[in-house]
Design a protein around this ligand. Structure first.
Ligand code: TYM
Length: 332
């Protein structure tokens, strides 16, 4: 059976980008057709300045939202990364496989380190090594497919390179995974700045729809979205990025084609209204189930405990095999 791994990092509240680019597909497609592992990758949230209490809160909220969105522990494994030691155990071996040069070429590292330095913060070493831990997340489970939004494809490419290099050096140990992307909305843009990705850790929040925003807030944010000059509704990400983003969001929510949708609207206002209502309808059941689950944290904890046990059972033999292959003496 195909093995799938993916994750979200608790650096902020989950956004519509996370949902349309990743989570929705895990729920609707991936968990039904494959052996899926879906993780709140909390260790990754420590690569930038963080408040421990906030990370703890966001981790629980992210896990609750994954279940509220419809991940079913009877079909897949939902767990928190730091509950499974195998990820960091394997990460070290992969640090010994990766090169300094290839990590410095990662776009996200370049962008985030420039931003940190500009605001007078130091750059944590883990920000550089982060894609190696991500590779360990994936390779520890002999994963075949990694369903992610477009921004993560470079990290999955690196993961493939590391798997191939390790296998060539030490004998076949890892599967070589490939990234998969949704047909639309693989890169949802900020509503106020359609040149930037809608990101959960951005400071300015007017252009970001969070999964837990209520209907009025969603409506307001989408009605105020930046559009483009002219009045014609057309799907052209180059010359009309704001309108194209709305069309992508609407297409993602209604399983249609952005270009075909463009023909159905004659004004930006009409398109915004339709997009807002479609987003509200998609998020409504998620918010409702989240409220029920959040009232019973014991149930979420039980799912995470069981998920971590299952994940450990899968990762342990793979990481042990990697340790032996690399020449480390078995513990006996
Ligand atoms: P993260 O937490 O930034 O995002 C979680 C998932 O949501 C997707 N995504 C988007 N898709 C479309 N439009 C957007 N604006 C948007 N923003 C985010 C991301 O592509 C991702 O699929 N490094 C990863 C977490 C991670 C991981 C892994 C993923 C750690 N280990 C192993 C897969 C496999 C990250 O920061 O995702």
């Amino acid at each position: 059976m195909t093995r799938i791994f993916s994750g979200v990092k608790p650096t902020g509240h989950l956004t519509l980008g996370n949902y349309l680019g990743a989570v929705r597909r895990w729920v609707e497609v991936d968990q039904h057709r494959a052996d899926g592992l879906f993780s709140v990758v909390d260790l990754h949230a420590l690569t930038v300045e963080h408040d421990p209490a906030r990370v703890r809160r966001l981790s629980r909220q992210a896990a609750t939202l994954l279940l509220a969105a419809g991940l079913d522990p009877a079909l897949c494994t939902v767990f928190v990364q730091s509950h499974v030691d195998e990820h960091t155990r394997l990460s070290y071996l992969l640090e010994c496989t990766a090169t300094d040069g290839e990590l410095r070429r990662m776009i996200q590292y370049k962008e985030k380190s420039v931003r940190a330095l500009a605001s007078g913060e130091s750059v944590r070493f883990s920000l550089l090594s982060y894609p190696v831990l991500m590779a360990a997340d994936i390779l520890a489970y002999r994963t075949d497919e990694v369903p992610v939004g477009e921004d993560q494809t470079q990290h999955v490419e690196l993961t493939r390179d590391l798997a191939v290099r390790f296998n060539q050096r030490y004998g076949h140990t890892f599967s070589v995974p490939k990234a998969t992307q949704p047909p639309v909305a693989a890169r949802v843009m900020d509503l106020q700045d359609p040149a930037s990705k809608m990101g959960k850790s951005h400071d300015a929040t007017a252009g970001i729809v969070y999964l837990l925003d209520d209907a009025d807030v969603v409506r307001k944010k989408i009605m105020r979205a930046v559009t483009d000059s002219g009045q014609e509704v057309a799907y052209d990400p180059e010359t009309k990025p704001g309108v194209a983003n709305l069309l992508e969001i609407l297409a993602g929510c209604t399983a249609q084609e952005p270009a075909a949708l463009a023909e159905a609207y004659t004004s930006y206002g009409e398109l915004k209204r339709a997009t807002a209502e479609a987003v509200i309808e998609v998020l409504r059941p998620v918010r409702e189930r989240h409220a029920v689950l959040a009232a019973d944290p014991g149930e979420v904890d039980a799912v995470l405990k069981d998920g971590a046990e299952r994940a450990r059972g899968m990762a342990r033999p793979v990481v042990d095999a990697a340790y032996r292959a690399a020449g480390l003496l078995p513990a006996g």
